[in-house]
Design a binder for this molecule. Sequence first.
Ligand code: AMP
Ligand code: GLY
Length: 442
Amino acid sequence: MAISSTRPNTLPALRRLLIVGSGGREHALSWGLRRCPSVEVVWIAPGNGGTKSETSGGTSDQQVQIAETDAAGLLSHCRAEAIDLVIVGPEAPLAAGLADTLREAGIAVFGPGAEGAQLEASKAWAKQLMQDAGVPTARHWAVSSEAEALAVLKQVNCPLVVKADGLAAGKGVTVAESIAETQAAIEEAFGGRFGAAGAQLVLEERLQGPEVSVFALCDGERMVLLPPAQDHKRLEEGDRGPNTGGMGAYAPAPLLDQDGLEQVRQAVLEPTLKALRARGIEYRGVIYAGLMLTANGPQVIEFNCRFGDPECQTLVPLLGPELAQVLQACAHGRLDLAPTLTIGNQCSACVVAAAKGYPNSTRTGDSIDLRLDSDAQLQLFHAGTRLDQSGNLVSSGGRVLAVVAQGRDFDAAFAAAYGGLKQVHFDGIHYRRDIGHQVRTD
Ligand code: AMP
Ligand code: GLY
């Protein structure tokens, strides 16, 4: 996309929103964006069992069964409902160009076009951009054949991280412990384990350190940073077991204080946005920097072109009612016209409840009993849930829901979140009891 995108002189009215996606992230966004006083209706497509159509106060939530990849269907819904702003949650529709289609039709969208979404959709592309921009990241080799990959391994002669280039639903990375394991991961990827996503690989040197997620809301030129959050990717307590989409999170992560966040802005996020611009890409959406805090400072492990899940559920309750206008200002390329995003000074804790068998052989269809309503301090965000034909809530995915709570410190926030989970019942429910162990004292 050329940098000719329009930038209005004032921000238009903001009454009617559409959120695209069906996860916990999108449920949290709909809850948070509804708090903007000018917003009258928040549509969600296709949503989940927690995003049913309802009206409360002056705002209504409306669910519409349009798939997130159905660009034509979403565009006609935007036209029919006079949508003022679309927020695209997941990476797949962004990588497929949904934001481009909507923007070309004159609709304001928070989310990058297909070119910008390559930050996540092609690891080789993202690494090249980081290299060009001087962004600190692990040394890497992009390879497109098994012979080439094995030659790199032979030359480097140490275990490497093996990454499928394309989108692989979070399963495309092997952090190998040995040269033999590196070789096996290379052979498997070129053997077709990740389909087209693995036709090209990125081999990376292995870094060490704690991980933290930083989110920059961008208007193509300017950015606003959210407080850092820490995710818990492993299934089991003690950070063991298989990788998952994320079993819980907390924010603000003290791993990065105000100075550390400023360093990340200057060394990582601003150069990245500038490099995107230099490629003619007007990036209007969130840049999610997955960082590792190494002995040599923060290094980028990966970029994503969307909010993290469950980091988003954790962060949204800390953000002020200006969020909707800030996202709108990003979508219009005019963050300078947005109100300041207020950020609460509480601690936020998020615990994900997963279905039996997740992540390897998830069982769905379990009936869910909930005795919990969201309020200003405790929220229940659905993810893998749906209403069955009789209107009963049942599980429909691996990460079923998340309970999020805020408190004056992390002990209070986690006590409230775990207390909330006691009001949630379904057969096979499991969740980690040690989310936030890094910041809890109990
Ligand atoms: P990604 O899908 O790129 O986020 O990678 C998944 C996980 O693999 C990350 O969250 C890290 O824990 C780990 N990882 C990825 N790249 C590296 C690296 N270069 N060094 C060490 N661990 C890594
Ligand atoms: N929480 C990790 C992710 O959203 O990719």
